[in-house]
Write a protein that binds this ligand. Structure first.
Ligand SMILES: [Fe+2]
Length: 185
């Protein structure tokens, strides 16, 4: 957690909710980390949506926008879980930049394959963060937050598949797996 968001990310308001403050403080800190990563991810998918070039431009431009809209919904759901727990949502662009686990989006890429590869790396890192968060929310016995993480995680795994399906043919060919399979048949 950055100095900017450190205290804000765990801040709690008084609440009648029946989850102890020490648990809520840990959960909202976790959720604020996810909020930063989710906002960053959405902005990076939009970056791909705007800047992709090449023969697959239109379908990738459309798919990236569809994914960005889905991720945007999760920004709101994560932020509102923070506030439901009487926490403070660290939701500005600067707050996201200070605390995101994702690397900055590369500015020297052009083709569809390069943009898909950059997004695959980021979706994989985000998916890993979500799976860790599923376990943490479970350990803290906040099953509503756990359920939110499970929902997001399932969709992100699906989107990782959608993205990877664009580049797996060349990866499989370069690893010789297609050849091996062909020789078996
Ligand atoms: Fe657009």
């Amino acid at each position: 957690m950055s100095d900017t968001n450190g205290k804000l990310a765990s801040r709690l308001y008084p609440s009648h909710i029946d989850i102890p403050a020490n648990v809520r403080s840990q959960v909202v800190t976790l959720l604020n980390q996810t909020l930063a990563a989710t906002a960053d991810l959405k902005s990076q998918v939009k970056q791909a949506h705007w800047n992709v070039k090449g023969k697959d431009f239109y379908q990738l431009h459309e798919m990236f926008d569809e994914i960005a809209a889905e991720v945007e919904e999760y920004i709101d759901m994560v932020a509102e879980r923070v506030t439901a727990l009487a926490g403070y949502a660290c939701g500005t662009v600067r707050m996201a930049a200070a605390d995101s686990i994702l690397p900055e989006y590369p500015t020297d890429i052009l083709s569809g394959e390069e943009h898909v590869t950059a997004l695959v790396e980021r979706f994989a890192a985000y998916a890993k963060h979500l799976r860790t968060a599923i376990d943490k929310a479970d350990e803290l016995n906040d099953q509503d937050t756990n359920d939110l993480y499970v929902e997001i995680s399932r969709t992100i795994d699906k989107r990782l598949w959608f993205l990877e399906a664009h580049i797996q043919v060349s990866e499989v060919k370069s690893e010789g797996m297609v050849k091996e399979k062909a020789s078996v048949n």
